[in-house]
Ligand binder design. Structure first.
Ligand SMILES: Nc1ncnc2c1ncn2[C@@H]1O[C@H](COP(=O)(O)OP(=O)(O)OP(=O)(O)O)[C@@H](O)[C@H]1O
Ligand SMILES: [Mg+2]
Length: 350
């Protein structure tokens, strides 16, 4: 449970800082008005396990902790506290946020007591939202506002969110895909599915196990996806080697995978992503859909970088699809800009 945070109005006014945090399934980013993106780290925390002579403590966070994921020695435990855009392990999330804020804060004595704006997926339940608020409060925030990830991504991608024209943004993160239609500063449609880059990685792991009898680590699968991943099959073949453990004898084995293999492997989750986009077009108000047909769709989040994804989406839905500049940082930049400018109406926040 979060500790109650004492409130000192005088100090808050004096040292108040506004911090925006995108606590993502794969990556956490922190943005401040004066410093821009001050932290960009994998959402991983590594604990040194409890022993007779010492309590459990944080041994590493972020990049360092990620390197240990799946290869940690017996006394260490690497954890990904977020799953599908929400907290899966509360205490680990709290520790991770605390460490990240400490790493990012420019003024060491005061700025942990900042006003936080956090991105949340549209599909997060009330309980999940409260957990995110409490984790931020426990890590030192004196005030916590939440903003929908779609809206934040749309602002970060430079879409004209406050105009009457409808814009569609599709944010494909590690754990969720968010489809948003925005007009006049508010959400006209917001859909969220618990499918994202992690689902692609797991699909690659099970494809390689079923077809080649080799068990890949999730990080190896992600590495292959980033290097030769493709959302379509009709491209020249490219190959890459991946090493895992043979299901038969438990010994290391290397398999050669092609971009066509990856396209086959990820077809299931990819169809779910395409389905979510189609549902958005079917459900959003007709006038806005006309605008989207004219202006196209914008992709954000790391999943937007999957090879040939925009081509695949265009061929499935017949609209122009473009990838935002710097898709991995759109949500945090957009949330920071929205919070600073009061750009969006009160309804956008909770
Ligand atoms: N070049 C690439 N090709 C395919 N996928 C990529 C590429 N680069 C990053 N990704 C994927 O993007 C995902 C991370 O994206 P992002 O940082 O936007 O997610 P997140 O915000 O942490 O997650 P969420 O929003 O779901 O909580 C990972 O699954 C990663 O594998
Ligand atoms: Mg995200």
């Amino acid at each position: 449970m979060a500790r109650p945070t004492p409130y000192y109005p005088f100090f808050d006014r004096l040292f108040r800082q506004s911090v925006t945090v995108d606590l993502g399934t794969a990556n956490t980013l922190i943005y401040t008005d004066d410093g821009g993106i001050v932290l960009n780290q994998p959402s991983v925390v590594c604990f040194q396990k409890e022993a007779a002579d010492r309590p459990k403590r944080v041994a590493a966070v972020g990049t360092q902790a990620r390197q240990l994921l799946g290869r940690e020695p017996a006394n260490l435990e690497a954890v990904r506290p977020m799953r599908h855009g929400v907290i899966a392990n509360f205490s680990a999330a709290e520790h991770m946020i605390r460490q990240f804020v400490d790493m990012a804060r420019p003024r060491p004595f005061f700025s942990r007591r900042a006003a936080f704006t956090l991105c949340v997926p549209a599909g997060a339940t009330q309980v999940e939202r409260r957990a995110i608020r409490e984790a931020a409060a426990a890590a030192g925030a004196w005030k916590v506002s939440l903003i929908g990830e779609s809206l934040a991504s749309a602002v970060g991608a430079g879409l004209p969110v406050s105009e009457a024209t409808g814009s569609m943004v599709v944010d494909i993160g590690g754990g969720t895909t968010e489809v948003g239609v925005i007009a006049l500063g508010g959400m006209a449609y917001n859909g969220s599915i618990r499918v994202g880059g992690d689902s692609f990685d797991m699909a690659i792991v099970s494809y390689v196990r079923n077809l080649y009898g080799v068990l890949l680590g999730e990080q190896t699968a992600e590495h292959v996806k980033k290097n030769i991943g493709s959302a379509v099959r009709d491209v020249p073949r490219e190959h890459m080697n991946a090493t895992g453990r043979s299901v038969d004898d438990g010994l290391p084995r290397t398999v050669q995978l092609s971009n066509h293999d990856i396209a086959d492997a990820i077809e299931g989750p990819l169809r779910q992503v395409i389905g979510a986009v189609k549902r958005g077009l079917e459900t959003a108000p007709a006038e806005l859909v006309t605008d989207i047909a004219n202006n196209g769709i914008v992709l954000t989040g790391g999943g937007a970088l999957l090879g040939n994804l925009s081509r695949r989406l265009t061929s499935e839905i017949g609209l122009e699809v473009r990838i935002a500049d710097e898709p991995l940082t759109c949500a945090v930049r957009g949330a920071g800009m929205a919070a600073a400018a009061g750009l969006l109406d009160e309804l956008a926040y909770e």
